[in-house]
Design a protein around this ligand. Structure first.
Ligand code: NAP
Length: 247
């Protein structure tokens, strides 16, 4: 099918990690992919490789979202993937700037993007919102409250939206991965590579392609099938605080 006739998939946070892998995989699945993130140079390289389109996007800016979404009449898939964590402080010493960042990107950014594209998703007659949540949406761990509270928020918003859209042609899926080897920890720990690499050492973490596989499965089911929530972890990670490592 010519690219311009393919169903449109919009992926936020597509410049790296899980969002990049999802963009590549959805292109292989026959979608025309619109990639959004702040680092346009990286997006353009990926978009050129997969025959997609790159547009700069900051999900915390209403103006940026408006520019990004301009001209989108119909969209089949929106993957709200932009997000991440900052810090690992106990609540007693919470860094509110870090909390604010996590809430703005993971929660308010997701709401703003969903709000902006819901009419286009509905117009397609086969819309699908996929929210990149986390095991942090279904369990908590010490030092993680800023992130777990934000992802619990994503969980609540996803379930609420499913209720509100019942009977309309938009599916809602929440994908909740455990540890995935990306720049997530590097960004969480302010560029401390040693500390970030230690997170994934000796446990065979999930790869971004593993998550993309689940997203591809969800969006290619017959349209009457809605996958509500998928929780996935590395085999060696039984929970956020029970990880078995090979030395
Ligand atoms: P990553 O490698 O750090 O990628 C984060 C992506 O989000 C980047 O493409 C980044 O692009 C984008 N982003 C950040 N702020 C943005 C903003 N304001 N506007 C638009 N894009 C923004 O991390 P990742 O592991 O792939 O994370 C992707 C998603 O999966 C996140 O929601 C994360 O919470 C979730 N997740 C990750 C893990 C894990 O272990 N890695 C586990 C569970 C869930 P720019 O910097 O170019 O804007």
């Amino acid at each position: 099918m010519p690219v311009e006739q393919r169903p449109l998939a919009v992926v936020t946070g597509a410049s790296a990690g899980i969002g990049e892998a999802i963009s590549r995989r959805l292109s292989e699945e026959g979608f025309r992919v619109l990639l959004g993130a702040r680092r346009l140079d990286r997006l353009e390289v990926i978009a050129a490789e997969i025959g997609g389109e790159a547009r700069q996007l900051d999900v915390t800016s209403g103006e940026s979202i408006r520019d990004f979404c301009a001209g989108i009449e119909e969209a089949a898939v929106l993957v709200n993937n932009a997000g991440g964590a900052r810090g690992l402080e106990p609540v007693a010493s919470a860094q509110l700037d870090e909390w604010r960042w996590m809430w703005e990107v993971n929660v308010l950014g997701l709401v703003a993007m969903t709000k902006a594209l819901l009419p286009a998703l509905e117009r397609s007659g086969r819309g699908h919102v996929v929210n990149l949540s986390s095991t942090a949406a279904v369990e908590v761990y010490e030092g993680g409250a800023g992130y777990t509270a934000a992802k619990h928020g994503v969980n609540a918003i996803t379930k609420t939206l499913r209720l509100e859209l019942a009977g309309r042609p938009v599916r809602i899926t929440e994908v909740c991965p455990g540890m995935v080897e990306t720049d997530f920890s590097l960004n969480r720990f302010g560029g401390d590579r040693e500390r970030a690499e230690a997170v994934y050492r000796g446990l065979d973490p999930l790869q971004p392609e593993d998550v993309a596989d689940v997203v591809a499965f969800a969006v290619t089911r017959p349209f009457h099938v809605n996958l509500d929530q998928v929780v996935m972890r590395p085999l060696m990670q039984a929970s956020s605080f029970k990880v078995v490592r090979e030395s």
